[in-house]
Write a protein that binds this ligand. Structure first.
Ligand SMILES: Nc1ncnc2c1ncn2[C@@H]1O[C@H](COP(=O)(O)OP(=O)(O)OP(=O)(O)O)[C@@H](O)[C@H]1O
Ligand SMILES: [Mg+2]
Length: 145
């Protein structure tokens, strides 16, 4: 059975925890392992933080959206902003690359996402925003309902 949820929220850092918990509760119905759940919540935090601090330069008054689709034991996540976009996606994906070293970012967000998910796709256009699309196959088989 396919199941989907969509949420949209203001670009304020308080909503990072909201996003983690919301996606975590939705994915819980697939009965993930504790590690899988932690990994999914971590990638949500990374992508939402990126949308807020990079996409929107920490300005409130914009929106971040999340779509999460569950299909059998697979989780698909799309996290989207309409912020400044990324000039060079290949460079941004490199471990340790950060455009904000002054904020003590470590440049590891996309690397963490790549490690925790099976697939990471970044679609970004300067001045029109960034869409981060991720997929993960869960190990545990659940009884179909
Ligand atoms: N949503 C986004 N909008 C605009 N630029 C982005 C976005 N997400 C990432 N970037 C760019 O990609 C770079 C790499 O992102 P990544 O998450 O790997 O590192 P970081 O956010 O700089 O540091 P860390 O995640 O370790 O705190 C960022 O420094 C930023 O330049
Ligand atoms: Mg980051």
């Amino acid at each position: 059975m396919k199941n989907e949820m969509h949420v949209e929220f203001s670009s304020v850092s308080e909503n990072e925890a909201f996003a983690r918990v919301t996606v975590g509760s939705f994915v819980a119905q697939l009965d993930p392992t504790m590690d899988e759940l932690t990994e999914i919540k971590t990638v949500v935090s990374e992508a939402v933080t990126n949308a807020i601090i990079h996409g929107y330069n920490n300005e409130p008054g914009h929106y971040v959206s999340i779509t999460c689709t569950l299909d059998e034991d697979a989780v698909e996540l799309t996290i989207k902003d309409e912020g400044i976009g990324i000039n060079n996606v290949d460079e941004a994906r490199q471990p340790l690359y950060t455009s904000k070293p002054e904020l003590e970012r470590s440049g590891m967000g996309f690397t963490i996402i790549e490690n925790f998910m099976d697939n990471l796709e970044i679609i970004s256009l300067p001045e029109s925003g960034t869409t981060v699309h991720m997929k993960k196959q869960l190990s545990k088989k659940t009884v179909s309902k």
